[in-house]
Design a protein around this ligand. Structure first.
Ligand SMILES: NC(=O)C1=CN([C@@H]2O[C@H](COP(=O)(O)OP(=O)(O)OC[C@H]3O[C@@H](n4cnc5c(N)ncnc54)[C@H](O)[C@@H]3O)[C@@H](O)[C@H]2O)C=CC1
Ligand SMILES: CC(=O)[C@](C)(O)C(=O)O
Ligand SMILES: [Mg+2]
Ligand SMILES: [Mg+2]
Length: 351
């Protein structure tokens, strides 16, 4: 642990996976996060059982990966540590049907995102620990980083500590999935949920795809070739972000030309301007006051009409077609396609 920062950050030396030696961890769900947590914990020496419904297509993937699989209810009954890694929208049902009836006093209920606890969709009994270890990464990279002896930063929060050991056990879990290699920040469920929802909407997923599409469309509508627009606005973004990831904004500015730096510094804030900032504040407010979550819950109750439509429109965007054709011609594309095939056999998230 270090006190150089505004908040506590834990590293490998602060955690001991053997804290979980006498426990069985039930990992419910074998999707993006589920497969990564289950496999990383298993390889860290933790006793893992994966909880999946009979007939779930994830079952064969988990079994082929050498993991023990049971129904969600049986997995919870066997375990003292229950990691809830089914989609946020199904967690309340899974909780009601399979978790609650099989929870015992002193068990731990562990989440990778605090949505259902923070917005009161799951109300656990008072005699269990409720914790969160939330990797700040897509699940597939939690797995890839672990396999490459690297780590993924994560957040840790304790909502309820009845045993007195909640923190120690959550740290052991965080170490087991590889998060303490990169740093685990202590936070609250509220701070994790609000910052995570804001981040994915405004910057990571929503903001960046919108920026890419606007850039692409501006060029193509002005008569430039779709292939050039794709390389300029999508492909090269990864290369630029890699530099920021490695060395901050400064390393990126140092690597690009002075012309790019001057153009970026003068035009960037004119394009992504104060109005965008106001929109971000609005999105944050809708997260904070629960409006976004209410909308998402109702959208699911209505069987996702808006979500399905928007997903389809995104799939149909011209940039997806151009990109697919260009990526297929990358010299290393065959190797990548093979690796992806292997991964998709391993992880079938939607079943
Ligand atoms: N996707 C990501 O990279 C991240 C996800 N999280 C959080 O992790 C949790 C899990 O999210 P993902 O990994 O994206 O989920 P996912 O959508 O990849 O999970 C699918 C898995 O859940 C199982 N499943 C689906 N419906 C089920 C049901 N009714 N009963 C039992 N099992 C069911 C499927 O069989 C599959 O194994 C969520 O709380 C999410 O917010 C946190 C950080 C990043
Ligand atoms: C990958 C991640 O951390 C997200 C964007 O918060 C999520 O998938 O929910
Ligand atoms: Mg996140
Ligand atoms: Mg998220």
């Amino acid at each position: 642990m270090t006190d150089e920062f505004t908040t506590e950050i834990y590293y490998d030396d602060d955690a001991d996976v053997s804290t979980l030696d006498d426990e069985t961890v039930a990992v419910l769900g074998y999707g993006s996060q589920g497969h990564a947590h289950a496999l990383n914990l298993h390889e860290s020496g933790v006793d893992v059982v994966v909880g999946l419904r009979e007939g779930s297509s994830s079952r064969s993937a988990a079994e082929e990966d050498g993991l023990e699989v049971a129904t969600p209810g049986d997995a919870v009954a066997q375990a003292s540590y229950v990691s809830v890694l089914v989609p946020d929208t199904v967690q309340p049902d899974v909780y009601e049907q399979s978790i609650e009836p099989n929870l015992e006093s002193g068990d731990t209920l562990q989440f990778a995102h605090g949505l259902n606890i923070h917005y009161n969709q799951i109300q656990p009994p008072e005699d269990v620990d409720v914790t969160m270890v939330a990797p700040k990464s897509p699940g597939h990279l939690v797995r890839r980083n672990y396999e490459n002896d690297e780590g993924t930063p994560g957040l840790l929060a304790i909502y309820q500590d009845t045993t007195g050991d909640a923190e120690e056990r959550a740290l052991a879990y965080a170490k087991g999935i590889g998060c303490t290699r990169a740093g685990v920040i202590e936070t609250t469920f509220q701070e994790e949920v609000e910052s995570d929802l804001f981040g994915e909407q405004a910057v990571l997923c929503g903001g960046v795809t919108s920026l890419v599409k606007h850039g692409y469309e501006t060029l193509v509508d002005a008569g430039y070739s779709p292939e050039i627009a794709y390389f300029e606005c999508l492909n090269e973004l990864k290369l630029i972000v890699d530099l920021m990831y490695e060395g901050g904004l400064g390393e990126m500015w140092d690597s690009v030309s002075d012309t790019a730096e001057y153009g970026g510094l003068t035009r960037g804030d004119e394009i992504v301007d104060e109005h965008v900032r106001e929109n971000m504040e609005q999105a944050l407010e809708e997260v904070q006051n629960g409006e976004f979550t209410r909308e998402w819950i109702l959208e699911n109750q209505a069987k996702r009409p808006t979500y399905s439509q928007l997903r389809q429109a995104e799939k149909n965007h011209e940039i997806e077609d151009v990109g697919e054709r260009l990526r297929a011609l990358f010299a290393w594309a065959e190797e990548e396609a093979e690796a992806e095939d292997e991964e998709s056999v391993q992880v079938q998230a939607d079943d």
